[in-house]
Design a protein around this ligand. Structure first.
Ligand code: ADE
Length: 359
């Protein structure tokens, strides 16, 4: 297959990508952003924008639990990063009027980590475990009876004198969050009463998130400015909130501080975030498949090695949006780009053209 490309080819994207290891557009949490995220987190269902169907279901579940004077069933949220799983858990705690303890599976490496947090819980409290698919086997085994019957089995002594102590726990609610529901073990998944997927946000929903954040931060923004940022936020509020800060800096330094459509577009162009919300890593990945592997299929390990990213980042961060945007396809033999990706990158696939000229 021969390819005609604009001058922004794989090599030049790759060199850009190398110097851009912590892009503003990646939806994972960045440590420095945590305080900012916490300060703008909505605390009620009314303030929480998007995920409408899920919100309605949760409101009913919460109402029923309150009427029964019982804790909420254990809940599992799954979906790409940055869509508001932690935020939603916080809203649920607020609506139930209970405390929430937030941790993540990698922080529960030793048995005493999970035992400690379980024993610190008070009746009705919520335990939120992020990245729950990364929980190790031992921690999972400790969690099963805690989730199911609210007790801990602890062993003391050695070999012949070993004794098992059964320690009761207060009734609590576990909210698990994962970007990879498929990697959760069957027995753990089965212990969640409620399982929900979070969806990417629409442009309108993201524009509302952006206007809400702008209001909190005292940033002046027009409706069109909010939509311009929303379009390039890859369906993800965490990215939208990060972009508004960058665009606001740009508006302040280069203009009069107000974010209009032109100011937003100019600023996002400078950040190399294109009209689909793709950054240099995404474009580098698509170009690699097109220019080096004839459009695919090619294995994710090969892609990772070629663009210098790790497989987890590609699978968890880049791919969900590229798949959703219809630019990439997953096949049993590897990843393939779609014709839309060729068009988006301004690359003409000569095979497609040759075929057209036959008619
Ligand atoms: N900030 C991040 N996610 C949000 C949401 N869903 N609604 C309002 N503000 C948000």
């Amino acid at each position: 297959m021969s390819i005609i490309s604009d001058n922004n080819d794989f090599k030049s994207e790759k060199s850009l990508h190398k110097g851009n290891k912590n892009p503003v557009i990646k939806p994972e949490t960045i440590e420095a952003d945590k305080n900012f995220e916490n300060s703008i987190r909505p605390k009620s269902f009314d303030a929480y924008i998007g995920q409408t169907a899920l919100k309605e279901t949760l409101k009913i579940t919460i109402e029923a639990a309150k009427k029964r004077e019982q804790p909420l069933d254990h809940l599992l949220f799954y979906g790409p990063p940055g869509l508001g799983k932690t935020t939603l858990a916080g809203v649920i705690a607020e609506q139930m009027g209970v405390n929430i303890k937030i941790t993540s599976a990698p922080a529960l490496e030793r048995p005493r980590d999970i035992i400690g947090i379980l024993m610190s819980l008070k009746g009705g409290e919520i335990l939120f475990i992020d990245e729950i698919h990364r929980l190790n086997k031992v921690a999972e085994e400790i969690l099963y009876p805690a989730m199911e019957d609210f007790y801990l089995d602890m062993t003391t002594g050695k070999s012949q004198t070993v004794k098992t102590l059964r320690i009761p726990l207060p009734k609590f609610t576990l909210i698990g969050a994962t970007t990879k529901a498929g990697e959760l073990s069957g027995p753990l998944r089965d212990r969640f009463g409620i399982i929900h997927r979070l969806e990417f946000y629409t442009e309108d929903e993201l524009a509302q998130v952006i206007k809400r954040t702008a209001g909190i931060l005292n940033i002046e923004i027009t409706e069109e400015g909010a939509h311009a940022i929303a379009r390039r936020s890859r369906g993800t509020p965490r990215i939208a909130n990060r972009l508004i800060k960058r665009v606001s800096d740009f508006a302040l330094v280069k203009h009069d501080g107000k974010i209009t459509e032109d100011v937003a577009n100019e600023s996002l162009d400078i950040l190399k975030i294109d009209t689909f919300g793709l950054d240099t890593t995404d474009r580098c990945l698509l170009r690699l498949i097109i220019e080096k592997y004839d459009g695919g299929p090619v294995g994710v390990e090969t892609i990772a090695a070629a663009i210098g990213e790790d497989v987890r980042t590609i699978e968890d961060v880049c791919e969900p949006y590229l798949l959703q945007a219809g630019l990439l396809q997953r096949t049993p033999r590897g990843r393939k780009v779609s014709p839309a990706a060729y068009r988006h990158l301004g690359i003409i696939d000569m095979d497609i053209n040759d075929q057209k000229s036959l008619f």
